[in-house]
Design a protein around this ligand. Sequence first.
Ligand code: KG4
Ligand code: ZN
Length: 352
Amino acid sequence: MIILGYESSCDETGVALVCTERGVLSHALHTQAAMHEAYGGVVPELASRDHIRRVIPLTRQALSQAGLELSAVDMLAYTAGPGLAGALLVGAGSAQAIAWSLGKPAIGIHHLEGHLLSPRLADPKPDFPFVALLVSGGHTQLMRVDGVGEYELLGETLDDAAGEAFDKTAKLLGLGYPGGPALAALAEQGNERRFDLPRPLLNRAGFDFSFSGLKTAVLQQVQRAGGLEQLDEQARADLAASTQAAIIDVLVAKSLATLKDTGLKRLVVAGGVGANQRLRGRLKRQAASLGATVFFPPVALCTDNGAMIAYAAAERINAGLEVVGDKRHQFVIRPRWPLAEIGTAVLEDHDQ
Ligand code: KG4
Ligand code: ZN
């Protein structure tokens, strides 16, 4: 079965073709990061308008890369939530319109389920059960995953997400948006021991995170130096390295604690922050000391993309999961969709 998938929940337009037997056939992506950079963050209205401009050219690109005609598509999938309502509507509307024109079903996918399952696109592929560390711009969660659709929340952030901590501190250091990759690159030149930054909840029982205090601590360091202009290149790099180390220390410690607590031997890392090479290295080394293996999605599929959405639909189909049917091609989106309610994915099949 060939699935055409759409991701448009935030500032990436992703379109991909995935085969339930053969995996990813093609994926096309446009990131709006440069457009939002001037504003220091995503402007929802601009995001929606840009998704509309990109969605059809990207669909053509994905089809031509896979050497397929639209008529080869058996099913459509799109991110139904969580995300920006206007942005989600573009993917939902496109997928539903194409589904209607082809006489095929369309299924709404939870964005985080896409991230959670994306490490199974890598070789080797993690078997269930595993612990998943989901670290994106909007989410920081540790989950126990026993199978497709079987997700148990173990811990999550009480305030800012890990990606947000990267982005906000990067902004304080005068780096562009999104700040994660820029901060990580600058950190490579720095000394992570130069600035003493807090590791919130590190030694506290439980698997929750808190990152909002970190941004305040970085701001205080900048103010102590007399403002950003007073920090030379080396001091900025040292502050970037110290910030990255503080975030990674907490992510690694809590991930290891969940492995110990659950007794599971597989850790899967997903979401944009999972592209961070330092985080990858530390997790691999420290999990190995517990006899556990760490799995990552291919780097290109760590941040938002259409392949993870089409793939999550393929996993649901391969697992024989029941999906809720609807004969009307409504643009069903859920901007605030708790992962706990994932069983209520929406399938629309007007042939029923
Ligand atoms: O999963 P994602 O593409 O979008 C959301 O659903 O949020 O994640 C984006 C987040 C941003 O906060 C970005 O700064 C962060 O992932 N990020 C990184 C790196 N690459 C992306 N953070 C740290 N190091 C990186 N290399
Ligand atoms: Zn995401």
